[in-house]
Design a protein around this ligand. Structure first.
Ligand code: H2B
Length: 95
């Protein structure tokens, strides 16, 4: 999986609301807040299943009702189409 070119990245980010580009990591990130830990962990379980299915795994952290997700493709050393696809799948869980 290849890193996105600058032009590809700009085009994808323009169509991806909610996610913030993190230039230092060449990653995208989004923070989520839930009612309580149980809701946050249920969300994480759903993302984990997505991750296993696609063989692509988030860098994330959880503090009580908050989940912070960062997506980048380690093998490619930055942002790839896999990250964009996963961001859209995660967004779809929230609707
Ligand atoms: N997740 C992420 N975020 N980046 C990767 O490069 C990556 C991964 N590689 N999950 C996958 C696993 C690879 O190591 C296995 C062999 O598919």
């Amino acid at each position: 999986m290849e890193k996105l070119s600058n032009a590809e990245r700009e085009a994808e980010l323009a169509r991806l609301d909610n996610w913030i580009y993190e230039p230092g990591q060449d990653a995208i990130g989004r923070d989520f807040r839930f009612k309580d830990f149980s809701e946050a962990f249920a969300f994480m379980a759903r993302v984990a299943l997505l991750a296993e299915k696609s063989g692509h795994h988030p860098d994330w952290s959880n503090v009580y009702n908050r989940v912070s997700i960062h997506l980048s493709t380690h093998d490619a050393g930055g942002l790839s189409q896999k990250d964009i696809t996963m961001a859209r799948q995660i967004d779809a869980l929230m609707t």
